[in-house]
Ligand binder design. Structure first.
Ligand code: SAH
Length: 208
């Protein structure tokens, strides 16, 4: 029941991108996916600070703030998206969340316990999703949950990135992610791409 209500609340009150920027591959995560990411974080993150890299208008950050007791920091490079996240009606009722305008390559904070993210899928800028994963690993966090475009190569590349850094990757599930026609290059109103939730934790820790 909580999940159903939360899904409706997030759908209603987390803004869509008003001025989406194609080069930044801005797509709002469906609320049910954001909730699933938050539930994984709630179960596996034993620390207290969770960063949402590329937080956009705040979908994953707000889901994390509702579902977990952690302190959430959304990092986002686009000032319009940060402004939209702040303007959500949820902002005034949520106390364990901040949004910071920042490039993930130049993080404004150093101490982070866990990372949740839906990075750009890397369709427009190839390899950007791997860069996000590497930046997440740079924090040496306890646990990472990350959403990626699915194909056999991406699973291999991203899993080896985790393994090389001493993290154990786990493919949680594959999902169809709706892509709304928000850019002029889109031909159909909505189409779906396959994505997967990747979780990884340090080798000596359980990831599931
Ligand atoms: N997390 C949001 C948005 C996902 S789309 C949601 O789940 O709804 C990916 C986001 O990453 C976009 O908002 C984009 O602006 C942001 N982004 C792209 N490059 C970035 C960078 N270098 N640093 C920070 N954010 C970035």
């Amino acid at each position: 029941m909580f999940v159903l209500k939360l899904k409706i609340i997030l759908e209603m009150y987390v803004p869509h991108y008003e001025k989406p920027k194609r080069r930044l591959e801005q797509y709002r995560t469906p609320p049910e996916v954001a909730i699933e990411i938050a539930q994984l974080m709630d179960k596996h993150c034993s620390g207290s600070i969770v960063v949402d890299q590329g937080s956009g208008t705040g979908m994953i950050s707000y889901a994390l703030a509702f579902v977990t007791k952690h302190y959430i920091i959304g990092l986002e490079v686009d000032s319009d998206a940060v402004e939209a996240a702040h303007h959500s009606r949820l902002w005034s009722i949520i106390g364990n969340l901040d949004f910071v305008e920042a490039d993930v390559n130049y993080p404004p904070i150093r101490r982070v316990d866990c990372i949740a993210q839906n990075p750009p899928f890397g369709i427009h800028r190839r390899g950007i999703d791997k860069i996000f994963l590497m930046r997440a690993l740079d924090y040496n966090p306890d646990f990472i949950v990350s959403l990626h475009h699915y194909n056999s190569k991406s699973v291999k590349v991203l899993s080896s990135t985790c393994l090389e850094r001493g993290y154990k990757p786990f493919l949680v599930k594959r999902i169809y992610f709706p892509i709304q026609a928000i850019y002029d290059t889109h031909r159909s109103k909505i189409y779906y791409i396959q994505v997967f939730i990747l979780a990884c934790g340090r080798y000596n820790e359980e990831t599931r």
